[in-house]
Design a protein around this ligand. Sequence first.
Ligand SMILES: [Zn+2]
Ligand SMILES: [Zn+2]
Length: 101
Amino acid sequence: MKVQCKNCGHVYNLNEKKVPKRKAKFKCRQCQEFVYLNVANVPPKSQSKDQIKECPKCGFDLSPAAIECPNCNIILEKYKSYIEKKQAENMQNESDAAEGQ
Ligand SMILES: [Zn+2]
Ligand SMILES: [Zn+2]
């Protein structure tokens, strides 16, 4: 990889295998300024995963803009309100049963 000193413009050709994976810097031989490697600028892989949402029914990976699941054909908003309604009903039933005892 090539790294350029921002101070004097000198270009260093570095062996990538010898470069530490995280943030690294070294002193420029020309001007004695620190040269920073931009390895830290590479976004971590986990970031892209946050943008994917899962189908609540089948777990299929969906794009954030998806409104329905191409795998099980549910409409996400409808399914969500359906689940919420069901959960509310279940809670209602549980409290009813508790009162009956
Ligand atoms: Zn320099
Ligand atoms: Zn699905």
